[in-house]
Design a protein. Sequence first.
Length: 137
Amino acid sequence: MCICSMQRDDTKRTIIDISKNLQESRRSIAKNYRMLFQNLRLAVSIPDPIKCIVKIANNLEIPENTKREAIHIFDTLKERKLTVGKKLDAVAATVIYIASVKTGVNLSQQKISKVSGISTVTIRNRCQDYVKYVELF
């Protein structure tokens, strides 16, 4: 779940990001977040998956062509409805990994895992699911 920050760039922050920065438990942040939204009757915005891909890709400092390829792969998977119900960060990390393999960028699952916060096991499992639908070469 993402929370919109008060910054002008409209950057989304996860509850985990906020709990780390405030040194407060994720459970406490999530409880207060739900209570705030229920009492104020606010609508929860759905995060843009492309921004998630770009955020992780920028943190990894990968080339622009690899970012574009990751977005193209995501669009292909989205058309086939393979991303529905999956954690956005996991899908983003996986398409970045697939794009790096496809474009020849030397990027390990371990490095993507550290930057994105998604386990290497999740990246591998999603990769097995998605690689059937993407032409690697």
